[in-house]
Design a protein around this ligand. Structure first.
Ligand code: UTP
Length: 294
């Protein structure tokens, strides 16, 4: 069955980006000239997803507005000879079907996903965390959808190799490879932020998931976990103890754009990826390095 829906939770408080996130949703902070959320939705659309479900909270309406048409702006741009910009703006408003559901209290990622239960119904769906930006020709969600399809519609968790010394920063997957290339694993469980010497593997889980609708019954069963929040990890662990859950090493470069350092890294990368901007950016960087090193 085709996977049509993606849940993008955007209800978090974005405390690592305060004070910017006091009034602006973290997801609307731009990387070069597009907000973070644009890249997440673009990934979903390029992966064949037809409906985006944003899990929002108060103060996040600009995210919904961004994916709506702005006829006044389009007309203004057309009138002023900027029809290429008018087209770009129009296309954003036509990118995909967007639905929102409110998470009234920020009780964790697991709780946020559970808020989308009625909109998902009995379908397998994708989850994309907009503050984990992954750059790759074939979108990461598309890669995971392929693995799910090839494995009887199993739930698939996107994983990436990290340095052993870094495992304490991530959820780490424990599992056995099921293919000769050792890219896809049958998951036993996920361990939250293990010390390097205790990590079962070095496969970390940034925010990309394909989840069967069964996840909702597990989300109902979990108690509050780390930080007093309902953790998606706990529900996935419970699911993996009773069902086939896979982890797949995706191709791509991931940026943690929810942190200041990762955000700056992604901004530089995206500016350098733009061929027109690249020479200026390289010159600027050289000037700054010279100025600050002296
Ligand atoms: P984070 O752990 O990055 O939290 O959430 P955050 O609030 O966005 O940012 P910091 O850590 O305080 O700086 C991971 C994802 O889960 C969503 C967030 O919006 C983000 O996309 N989330 C988290 C919710 O939607 N609801 C929650 O209750 C918690």
């Amino acid at each position: 069955m085709k996977i049509r829906k993606a849940v993008i939770p955007v209800a978090g408080k974005g405390t690592r980006f305060l004070p910017a996130t006091k009034e602006i949703p973290k997801e609307m902070i731009p990387i070069v000239n597009k907000p973070m959320i644009h890249y997440a939705v673009e990934e979903a659309v390029l992966s064949g997803i037809e409906q985006i479900i944003f899990v929002t909270s108060s103060g996040k309406s600009s995210i919904e507005d961004y994916f709506d048409r702005n006829l006044e702006l389009e007309q203004f741009l057309e009138k002023n000879g900027k029809s290429h910009l008018a087209t770009e703006i129009r296309e954003i408003g036509q990118m995909t079907e967007v639905t929102t559901v409110r998470q009234k209290e920020q009780l964790g990622l697991g709780h946020a996903i559970n808020c989308a239960k009625d909109l998902i119904g009995d379908e397998t769906f994708a989850v994309i965390l907009a503050d984990d930006l992954v750059v790759n020709k074939e979108p990461v969600t598309k890669q995971l959808l392929t693995i799910s399809r090839e494995n009887e519609g199993a739930s698939v968790i996107g994983v990436m190799e990290v340095e052993r010394s870094e495992t304490y920063k991530y959820g780490i997957v424990d599992g056995q490879p099921i293919d000769s290339k050792k890219e896809t694993y049958k998951m036993n469980k996920m361990v939250e932020k293990p010390k390097p010497e205790e990590a079962p593997t070095t496969l970390a889980t940034p925010g990309r998931y394909i989840l069967g609708p069964e996840i909702f019954s597990y989300l109902e069963r979990i108690p509050k976990g780390v930080g007093g929040e309902y953790q998606l990890t706990d529900a996935i662990n419970l699911m993996a103890s009773e069902m086939n859950v896979l982890a797949h090493i995706f191709k791509g470069t991931r940026f943690d754009t929810g942190s200041i350092k990762g955000y700056l890294d992604a901004t530089m990368e995206f500016a350098l990826m733009d061929e027109e901007m690249r020479p200026d950016i390289i010159n600027l960087m050289k000037e700054k390095i010279t100025a600050y090193e002296n």
